[in-house]
Design a protein around this ligand. Structure first.
Ligand code: GDP
Ligand code: CA
Length: 329
């Protein structure tokens, strides 16, 4: 049961896919008894990609399926009970790319999304329509309705460099080929989706999920207006470390941080986000209880940060709300 002095009504979370989804499960659980609670997730869309003519939004879908109770928790992504017959058939046609796993159940989501986008609906409306089915209990906002996709600069032929789509680097090459930079194609001219800046400015508490600081949170922060809104808001901003003991708990965030010159540690990620009092983003930072971190202007607290289930994630959220309350005082 959440009570943090004043009543927490509006909580906004910046989130990527799997880390974001697990964390949001905790936010929803922590605020389950608050009838007035409004939870908004601003979700990274830099991983979005078009494959076989279908528009795919991996992070939005991870959150939607997880909160809708339909995700495959063992595999870690996609739908429970998924089958792969269409993928097999595409491979028999020799239809590239063959390295991206599109499941039969999942494809129905991409068909509906693509059809609505082709008919002219913005991604934010499409997302709301898809959520009508899954009832995630959280308002999901794509960071932008504009198409902007993260690319990765890698070695090309004859000593040149080339940029490949983030999904190709991540899924096909498992982030194992050297990366020199991340480039968000189209981001400078993108606009925050309707409601995004308001959700940042007006939330009682803004939380940075323990998502990938570079290609999830970093991409959202790069949407024009988002960083300024965070700096301008009056209420607290609390981040949770995605790094425990110098390693990401799940996934390959350790292959992204060095590309932007940030060490893989809870301390370095906090310093990278920076203190709001010094022009950065954070008032508070939660680290795992075996880690240490100290950054001027950021209140640091150590608690268990393993998101093993909704209960564990909810305890993290409660700790973040408590820390938020203490930074107000
Ligand atoms: P993606 O878009 O699917 O890659 O997911 P996110 O960007 O939302 O989250 C991925 C990050 O979540 C990983 O890089 C991990 O560092 C972090 N993460 C995953 N599980 C846990 C956990 O149990 N605890 C913490 N603190 N971080 C986690
Ligand atoms: Ca992602």
């Amino acid at each position: 049961m959440v009570r943090v002095g004043s009543v927490i009504v509006r909580v906004t979370v910046l989130a990527g896919g799997i880390g974001g989804a697990r964390f949001l499960g905790g936010v929803r659980a922590a605020l389950a008894d608050e009838a007035d609670a409004e939870i908004t997730a601003i979700v990274n869309t830099g991983d979005d990609v078009t494959m076989h003519g279908l528009r795919i939004c991996p992070d939005l879908d991870s959150i939607m399926y997880t909160l809708g109770g339909a995700s495959d928790t063992e595999r870690g992504w996609g739908r429970q009970g998924e089958t792969w017959r269409i993928k097999e058939q595409l491979a028999l046609y020799g239809a590239e790319p063959t390295w991206f796993g599109l499941g039969d159940l999942d494809i129905s989501t991409h068909l509906v999304r693509t059809r609505m986008l082709d008919a002219g609906y913005p991604l934010s409306d499409v997302t709301a329509a898809l959520c009508d089915r899954w009832k995630p209990g959280v308002r999901l906002l794509p960071m932008t309705d504009d198409r902007c996709e993260t690319h990765v600069v890698v070695d090309g032929e004859n000593g040149n460099r080339r940029a490949i789509h983030f999904q190709e680097w991540w899924v096909r090459y498992r982030a194992e080929i050297p990366a020199y930079a991340f480039v968000q194609v189209g981001l400078e001219s993108a606009q925050a989706a309707p409601g995004v800046l308001e959700a940042i400015l007006e939330a009682d508490v803004l939380l940075l999920a323990p998502s990938n600081p570079v290609v999830s949170i970093g991409t959202i922060l790069a949407v024009p207006g988002v960083r300024d809104a965070i700096i301008q808001r009056t209420g607290p901003v609390i981040g949770l470390s995605p790094i425990i003991g110098g390693a990401p708990v799940r996934g390959m965030a350790d292959s992204c941080l060095p590309v932007i010159g940030v060490e893989v540690s809870a301390q370095a990620v906090a310093a990278h986000y920076g203190a709001r009092s010094a022009g950065g983003l954070l008032d508070g930072w939660l680290i795992h209880d075996t880690d240490t971190a100290a950054v001027d202007g950021i209140a640091v607290r150590a608690v268990p940060l393993y998101m093993t289930d909704d209960e564990a994630s909810a305890a993290m959220v409660q700790a973040a709300l408590d820390l938020a309350e203490s930074t107000r005082a």
